[in-house]
Design a protein around this ligand. Structure first.
Ligand SMILES: C[S@@+](CC[C@H](N)C(=O)[O-])C[C@H]1O[C@@H](n2cnc3c(N)ncnc32)[C@H](O)[C@@H]1O
Length: 272
């Protein structure tokens, strides 16, 4: 098992030409073959300027086709070249490990087969969101979920922290093949959110700028307006906190007791 083939999955960042880190660029330039998973043809052209053999993974997607099948084909396309002994680079927009199935699977599969495989981080939509919306995830905490998974499973939401829902444009798509779902699906999503947030609570529809000349979309709207708001494949929903942090008095008392004990020990004469 294994051989001279190797794989690097790198992130291109969100903004064309502006977010690419030197290590990711070097993986692209030095690979034998580059596979690009970017939805914007302009971004693909930009990657092609860095390497003579750039192959698009976009044709793996087809209308009505399950994304599970597309992902499997993408992994296979990259792994076939690795098995042939080539140095392969998978270039993915954003961060290759953030809400991205293919790079994780490809790296795991390559390693399982004994090849060297590596992931190089990139600037994700999440990073841009923190900068554009002025959110520090450390302030009160931040929960991230994929919107459909959030609808399909019972999750315990903490309304005193931020909530970020990814892929809100296809929220509730059970077929994993649709390019978009509509207001009826988003109404159900809003209904679920109403279990934890008031109808008038402000939420944000966020789209990071992907070109240096563009501006980000940062639409504030009440939760009650979510169903009829326009969303796209690249929209992320951000729900700010709706409740204050709750002090855990029992834990605070136990910590105080611990500190009092440590203090007493520190003050005790040596040898006691
Ligand atoms: C399959 S995930 C890929 C995320 C990507 N790997 C990253 O690092 O941001 C696709 C989801 O990312 C989010 N996304 C992609 N592009 C975005 C953008 N320009 N602005 C905001 N969110 C974006 C949306 O939630 C979208 O449905």
């Amino acid at each position: 098992m294994g051989g001279s083939g190797r794989l690097a999955c790198v992130g291109l960042g969100m903004m064309l030409g502006a977010h690419l880190a030197p290590r990711a660029r070097s993986h692209i330039e030095q690979a034998d073959v580059v596979f690009a998973a970017v939805s914007d043809p302009l971004v693909e052209l930009w990657v092609q300027r860095m390497h003579p053999d750039v192959r698009s993974l976009q044709p793996c997607y087809a209308p009505g086709r399950s994304r599970h099948d597309s992902y499997r084909d993408m992994v296979e396309a990259m792994l076939a070249e690795v098995r042939a002994g080539r140095s392969v680079c998978g270039a993915f927009y954003g961060h290759p490990g953030v809400f991205a199935t293919v790079p994780h699977r490809a790296v795991a599969q390559a390693r399982e087969e004994g090849f060297e495989a590596h992931m190089e981080p990139g600037i994700s939509a999440e990073d841009c969101l923190y900068a554009d919306l002025g959110i520090d995830p450390g302030l009160v905490g931040c929960q991230h979920y994929e919107a459909s998974q959030f609808m399909f499973y019972r999750r315990r939401i903490d309304p005193s922290a931020y909530l970020v829902l990814w892929q809100v444009g296809v929220a509730g798509d059970r077929s994993v093949s649709r390019a978009a779902t509509g207001p009826a699906h988003r109404r159900l999503l809003a209904e679920r959110l109403r279990e934890d947030y008031p109808a008038e609570h402000t939420v944000w529809l966020y789209e990071a700028a992907t070109l240096p000349i563009a501006v980000p979309r940062m639409d504030a709207l009440p939760l009650s307006g979510l169903a009829d708001a326009g969303t796209a494949q690249h929209t992320t929903l951000v729900v700010p906190p709706a409740a204050p942090l709750q002090r855990d008095e029992a834990m605070l008392a136990r910590i105080a007791e611990l500190e009092c004990h440590d203090h007493l020990l520190a003050g005790a004469p040596a040898g006691n």
